[in-house]
Design a protein. Structure first.
Lengths: 400, 597
């Protein structure tokens, strides 16, 4: 579930923002009832891995004109369940990417993995292929909760997978956890966090389970969902646990020390550029010349995507973000970071003068939702951090 | 003129007036079959949806009688709901006769009785008609007896028909022509035309429906509107058949429309007289008695930018809804708006809906109230239509509430329920009379208790069989108090109500509970109190929301996140900020939802 970024801090120059690459693998052994990502059950027979990678590369070629002279700062292979793919497939993919694009020397390459799909020796092979970071979809260490969530793995699978990771020399890994699960108690939520911390990951993602439209849970809400107050209690007490173990909450749902923050995701939140390839992938690219911000979308159905990839127009949609919408889109991302943003970065990534957001900033400040640090950064206050939706909504373009 | 018949149809809601009107139009060839849209006369979308008639409409029909004579029938529609009895007298003023349509299965209802008396008072010939005789449950003989007993008009030869099947309708047309007298009036006298209705059309300006009493109208003539004294040249005359058919003239006794390039919204008030500019009449027609609104509420645009548009919309509505009153009001909670006066709650509902639908306004309405009479210690008497304007208690000598006389007709099996309802509503019985299979009741009731939900409750406790009409009687002193609502310590003027002392505590409790349900959780705790003066009678609180954050958000599909936040923002737009608290529109009407059981 974790998705990533790259790039040096601060976009001082008025050039195009740092660039990342997102690769989507749309298959899962089974679709989880809460998941609203673009994932599809593995077709009978085999996943057409080679064909898919060929399609991804063709897909990438179409976006190359937007790259300019930028180095790729990070790659994130998400899903779906990318760990269903054989390591050699990714070796080929990553080599081919390096052949097409300049890559930063310390490029972060993350792979999402399902603890239930990892056989012995697999991570070593992934590392060999060029993967530098792994994100494990753990969700919980409680067998009962895992079952309720429709997960195919057991707590033991997680322990095995973490051991495998360490044996393979991949110490830079993330664990995805969820809280406010059906029938979950505060003690259980805390226990999940403690266990996760004990496994010594470099990064932790901690999401509240929400019922998203288009999912089984949304259609048929599970019994025993904790109420908002109970969910808040879990969040507060888990935040405490994270802090005591040196995991700083640098984003709404992400915890890590300064050096192990996820570079790929940071790029999203700093409104950087990213190419998105694969079925249902989204991309955001700045067209230098015109300084237009474009959003790209690919066909969601794996079959449609594969068919279209051989043809010319495999982009399902390319849409220009209207200037009036840019401040909100920037804030929707930037304000998720505890450190907030500086106005120079706002101007550099949106091409919009800071005066445009003066008024909503003033309103937000008057309401105590945002504050300015000594270094001139704008960041959500404690109140704004809890009521981020209210803060972000202040930047929505007013409709005529 | 001898061949003109001007008439209205008096009927209770659901007794089939609109269907009968449609049948007349069809029989007289007013519309081709394919043009017949069911219930043609209820032309406002709102009317058709609610199945009631609000505004007067007219149709001119050509009817060839069995005697071979071509008659011009002018049918002027009347509303059937208790709130709109004023509109009825307006329509009747243009007629020489009225059809009293009674459901042969349900019998006479109170409003028909009231309207029938209005017609008799205005000197109209009332022709009783039994409708729905095709129903198996129809009991025409019983109903005839009822009409004679309750209303007191001869009904033994009432026409029996079914507007639905068409049975008996041709006989009804014959009876109508035979019994309703032709209009009187002097074609040679100076023009006197009564404005029955006016409305504003964006292209042609004011359109007025008139009844020519004396003299005649001709296209090109210069007419004068009596009260404004202004002269206008007639651009267009015509009749509704129900399609509008232009005509060169409107003669004595006829009903039709006049368009004379009047651009000012109040240029042709309803009830006014139109005469000729170069040959004016000596005195205006009697017009209609000015009706006093009984229920008042503040209406405020959700967006302050809409204030001017709101004022404009009210003035346009007022043009043909003279019962609507309004004057500017400033509320600390709701900002700039208007204090509006209505005939009743349905009227208020309809005005609000018309404003929102036809004028695209978003409005917040404060709790409706009746008018109270206040004798002050300084010897003056004032009338208060806004609880927040009630003087401090040390300046009040006597506080009096309006009392109405309610006339209720109900089948005997529900009499127990109805008596209980009237007692609950602090009613005093004046009269109880058994008439055939109906009981006629008269009660004095405090108007405040009646306007809120009496009608609905009367209907439900009698399974819809009780009917009801009321008129204002007098003011009477009562132990009334003002109940204020405080949100986080701020008194919210738009939420104050005047209430009987005995109910203050229980209603205060209910009100704060209801508010607690309706006010969404926000960033801070919200304290809600109900108080009489400085005495807090009930309190409750909305606990602060702990957070409002999207759990995950990655570069990916942000359009959905945007929509979610836009929806949250949209929801807030319909709320009003009181201090730092956001209060939804429904909360301002919470007072309507209390005291129901």
């Amino acid at each position: 579930m974790e998705r990533c970024r790259g790039g040096a801090d601060g976009y001082v120059m008025r050039s195009a923002p740092p660039l990342s690459l997102y690769v989507h693998v749309p298959w899962c052994v089974r679709k989880c009832p809460y998941c609203d990502f673009n994932s599809h059950q593995v077709p009978t027979g085999e996943i057409p891995e080679d064909r898919y990678v060929a399609a991804l590369l063709g897909d990438l070629d179409h976006d190359l004109p937007f790259v300019g002279d930028r180095e790729l700062q990070s790659v994130f292979i998400g899903g779906g369940t990318p760990s269903l793919f054989h390591p050699s497939v990714f070796a080929h993919l990553l080599n081919s990417i390096a052949g097409r694009l300049p890559c930063a020397r310390d490029m972060e390459v993350t792979l999402e993995a399902n603890p239930g799909t990892i056989e012995h020796g697999r991570f070593a092979a992934y590392r060999e292929a060029g993967i530098t970071r792994v994100s494990l979809g753990v969700q919980s260490f409680d067998a009962g909760h895992l079952k309720r969530l429709g997960r195919i793995h057991s707590p033991d699978d997680v322990f095995r997978a973490v051991t495998e990771l360490k044996q393979a020399g991949i110490h830079n890994f993330n664990l995805d956890l969820m809280y406010a699960l059906p029938e979950q108690t505060l003690a259980q939520a805390e226990s999940d966090v403690r266990t996760a911390i004990d496994l010594q990951p470099r990064h932790l993602s901690h999401y509240q389970l929400t019922l998203e439209p288009g999912t089984v849970f949304h259609h048929r809400p599970p019994q025993g969902m904790p109420d908002p107050d109970a969910a808040w209690e879990m969040q507060e007490s888990c935040q405490d646990l994270f802090a005591r173990s040196g995991f700083t909450q640098y984003e709404v749902s992400a915890y890590a020390s300064q050096e192990h923050r996820c570079r790929h995701n940071l790029n999203y939140w700093k409104f950087g550029d990213y190419i998105g390839i694969g079925a249902g992938a989204h991309g955001k690219l700045t067209d230098f010349g015109s300084r237009r911000v474009l959003r790209t979308t690919r066909h969601k159905q794996p079959r449609t995507y594969l068919e279209a990839a051989s043809a010319v127009g495999r982009l399902q949609e390319i849409r220009e973000v209207e200037e009036a919408d840019l401040p909100f889109e920037f804030m929707l991302n930037a304000l998720r970071l505890r450190e907030g943003f500086d106005l120079a970065a706002f101007e550099a990534t949106t091409g919009i003068p800071e005066e445009v957001i003066e008024r909503p900033l003033d309103v937000a400040r008057a309401r105590g939702l945002i504050e300015v640090t000594g270094g001139g950064r704008w960041r959500p206050s404690d109140l704004g951090w809890r009521f981020l939706n209210d803060l972000q909504a202040l930047f929505l373009a007013s409709k005529p | 003129m001898q061949n003109i018949r001007n008439f209205s149809i008096i009927a209770h809601v659901d007794h089939g007036k609109s269907t009968l009107a449609d049948r007349f139009i069809q029989l007289c060839g007013g519309l081709e079959a394919r043009e017949m849209e069911s219930q043609v006369l209820d032309s406002m979308a709102l009317e058709r949806e609610r199945g009631i008639t609000i505004k007067a409409q007219s149709v001119t029909l050509d009817y060839t009688g069995r005697d071979g004579v071509l008659y011009q029938l002018n049918m002027i529609d009347t509303p059937g709901h208790v709130d709109f009895s004023y509109e009825v007298s307006r329509s009747l003023a243009a007629c020489e006769g009225a059809l009293l349509v009674v459901d042969a299965a349900q019998g006479v209802e109170a409003q028909s009785v009231a309207n029938c008396y209005t017609a008799l008072e205005q000197g109209l010939e009332v022709v009783p008609v039994l409708n729905k005789i095709d129903l198996p449950s129809a009991e025409p003989d019983k109903v005839i007896k009822q009409i004679e007993e309750i209303i007191g008009i001869e009904a033994s030869d009432a026409v029996r028909c079914s507007a639905k099947t068409g049975e008996g309708v041709p006989d009804l047309l014959e009876e109508l022509v035979r019994r309703i007298p032709p209009p009187k009036g002097n074609p040679e006298a100076p023009l006197q035309a009564l404005i029955i209705d006016s409305w504003f059309d964006n292209y042609v300006g004011v359109v007025s429906l008139v009844r020519v009493m004396n003299g005649s109208l001709k296209v090109g003539q210069k007419i004068r509107v009596w009260t404004t004294g202004r002269a206008h040249q007639i651009d267009k005359l015509g009749r509704f058949t129900p399609k509008s058919r232009p005509s060169e003239t409107l003669l004595t006794g006829e009903v039709g429309f006049v368009i004379a390039g009047i651009k000012e919204i109040d240029g042709a008030p309803v009830g006014d007289t139109i005469t000729l500019d170069n040959r004016p009449c000596e005195a205006p027609l009697e017009g209609f008695k000015q009706i006093q609104p009984r229920v008042f509420a503040g209406m405020f645009p959700v967006s302050t930018d809409d204030y001017e548009a709101f004022r404009d919309a009210l003035s346009k509505l007022k043009l043909n809804d003279s019962a609507l009153h309004y004057e500017p009001e400033v509320s600390t909670a709701l900002g700039f708006g208007f204090r509006c006066g209505f005939l009743g709650l349905l009227h208020m509902d309809i005005v609000q809906e018309r404003l929102e639908r036809e004028y695209n306004l978003e409005l917040i309405t404060s709790a409706p109230t009746v008018v109270y009479e206040v004798a002050k210690t300084d010897g003056t008497t004032i009338y208060v239509d806004n609880p927040s304007k009630l003087p401090p208690s040390n300046e009040i000598e006597d506080l009096r509430e309006p009392i109405i006389i309610a006339s209720i007709l109900v089948p005997p099996e529900y009499i127990g329920n109805v008596l209980k309802l009237c007692t609950d509503k602090r009613g005093r019985q004046k009269k109880m009379q058994y008439l055939g299979n109906q009981v006629s009741l008269q009660y004095e009731l405090p108007m405040a208790d009646v306007v809120l939900d009496f009608f609905d409750r009367l209907k439900s406790c009698s399974r819809g069989y009780a009917s009801f009409d009321y008129e204002f009687s007098h003011f009477e002193s009562a132990p009334l108090v003002k109940l204020d609502v405080l949100i986080n310590g701020d008194r919210v003027d738009a939420l104050s109500i005047i209430i009987h002392h005995d109910h203050a505590y229980s209603r205060g409790r209910e009100l704060v509970d209801k508010m607690q349900e309706l006010i969404p959780r926000q960033m801070f705790d919200v304290a809600i109190q109900a108080a009489i003066g400085s005495n807090v009678v009930a309190r409750s609180s909305v606990k602060a929301l702990r957070k409002n954050v999207l759990a995950k958000c990655y570069g990916g599909d942000i359009s959905r996140k945007r929509k979610l936040l836009e929806k949250q923002k949209e929801g807030k737009k319909r709320m009003k900020q009181v201090g730092s608290v956001e209060i939804p529109q429904e909360a301002f009407l919470a007072v309507l939802k209390i005291g129901k059981d």
